[in-house]
Design a protein around this ligand. Structure first.
Ligand code: NDP
Length: 419
């Protein structure tokens, strides 16, 4: 029996909300609050006669801490699930802190305006000190550790798929399969086809920023940075087949490097087809991926936001997308003095997701774990004061719920490895 306030009503939120409604025992009441209330109302109308969960809706601008505080005070939730954008992480954490309410999210903080002078100064210092140049990192949210601890509340960071499930796979491997993990390769394969020449599977702004940035990996205690798409490998994914994949920087590398004792190397690879990469390079070359405002016919526009308006809404890809995703981690290390390699992965079918909740597998694979993380916090199965990445909790209840709520996983003890 719990009340969850869900902020955001996009692709990921839509799935998380469907899944909360399948888990009315934990979520007896939910409030869907977002910038565009009409979207929240439409989802409420679709779901309210299918579930015992009581659904209410609200309008909120999550960039404004005062608005969030007023909403939390009036709704009195047990926890807040942030499935808006990474730009809102800190304002929502501030509001949770002010109201002493637990917080869950799926992505680490990044600023909307990367030209902001104050932010840029801190960012440039971090690039030099830490050795990676991604716009997002955990330092902003880890800085809340003492405040959340003192307030006696939990912040669960990164309860999506990657980060999220991949981080829980790591905790599970460490708990049940290894004495020591030496290397982790996280492989994110989308073998789906939506039939458009170019579209992104989740928020285009966040997705294109991530993919066009420098790559990086963690090795022997420090970051090694690469050019975008510099490192390419091929991998034969179970149930999907042979794909090209490229090394990217990804946020869970940062937390896993901190939380997996003695780990020597962590890499992240994502699959892309040649057509996607050619489109993206072209858009980048003409300046369409820029986040800096330009003047167009007397009006200020941000190129990447204009591009977002032109691209298909990721939430609309569901009916058209066919094929499967395969996301998981290959671990090498030692157990009882012997070398060991395992691969834990999930395969998710786009069309089956669409049949069940009306969305494609990318939103599905993020929305399901968002609900599971929120459920474990609301039910106090995961209950620690402070700010924690998801791999810092007991993985077993989460792994059980993945099987129960549509993301079954496989452990392969003799997998193909990545060179
Ligand atoms: P969408 O763009 O589809 O949805 C974002 C939602 O947030 C929209 O409903 C939007 O409102 C709302 N929103 C944006 N700004 C505000 C604001 N200021 N106040 C209130 N609401 C706001 O994004 P996705 O659903 O694809 O992604 C959601 C989150 O999930 C992102 O943080 C993304 O990075 C993360 N993610 C994590 C993954 C993982 O595996 N860990 C994978 C994929 C995504 P409106 O409808 O008005 O635009």
């Amino acid at each position: 029996m719990g009340r969850l306030l869900i902020i955001g009503c996009g692709g990921v939120a839509g799935v998380a909300i469907h899944k909360c409604c399948q888990n009315s025992k934990t979520f007896s009441e939910i409030c869907i609050a977002s910038r565009t209330k009409a979207k929240c109302d439409a989802l409420k109308e679709k779901l309210e006669n299918t579930t015992e969960t009581k659904i209410t809706t609200a309008q909120v601008d999550a960039d404004k801490v005062e608005e969030l505080i007023a909403l939390i005070q009036s709704y009195q939730p047990d926890a807040v699930l942030n499935v808006a954008l990474p730009y809102q992480d800190l304002t929502i954490m501030d509001a949770c802190l002010a109201c002493k309410v637990d917080y869950i999210d799926t992505a680490n903080y990044e600023p909307e305006d990367t030209d902001d002078k104050q932010w840029r100064e801190i960012y440039e210092k971090r690039c030099k000190e830490a050795g990676f140049t991604a716009y997002f990192d955990y330092s902003w949210q880890w800085a809340y550790q003492e405040k959340f601890k003192e307030a006696g509340i939990t912040a669960l960071l990164g309860s999506g798929f990657d980060p999220g499930v991949t981080s829980v796979f790591t905790a599970y491997a460490l708990k049940h399969y290894f004495d020591e993990i030496e290397t982790i390769d996280i492989l994110d394969c989308n073998g789906g086809d939506h039939g458009y020449p170019f579209a992104t599977n989740f928020n285009p702004e966040i997705n294109l920023r991530e993919v066009s940035a420098n790559g990086s990996y963690w090795e022997n205690g420090h970051w090694v940075e690469t050019e975008p798409m510099e490192i390419k490998r091929e991998y034969n994914f179970p149930q999907v087949g042979e794909k090209d994949m490229y090394l990217l920087h990804h946020e869970e590398i940062e937390s896993l490097a901190k939380n997996v004792p003695g780990v020597k190397r962590i890499r992240f690879f994502m699959t892309f087809g040649q057509s996607y990469l050619t489109h993206m390079k072209c858009l980048e070359n003409v300046g369409m991926l820029s986040t800096s405002p330009i003047l167009f016919e007397g009006k200020e526009i941000v190129p990447i936001q204009f591009l977002k308006a032109l691209l298909p809404d990721p939430a609309s890809l569901g009916p058209r997308t066919v094929g499967k995703t395969n996301i998981g981690c290959i671990f090498t290390g030692k157990k009882d003095g012997k070398e060991k390699t395992i691969y834990i992965y999930n395969v998710c079918n786009h069309q089956e997701c669409y049949k069940e909740v009306g969305s494609q597998a990318i939103s599905y694979t993020t929305g399901v774990p968002a609900m599971i993380g929120a459920a474990l916090v609301v039910d106090k199965v995961w209950d620690k004061d402070g700010v924690f990445n998801i791999e810092e909790f007991d993985p077993d209840p989460f792994m059980d719920m993945l099987n129960q709520y549509g993301l079954p996983w496989v452990v392969d003890e003799n997998p193909q490895t990545v060179e």
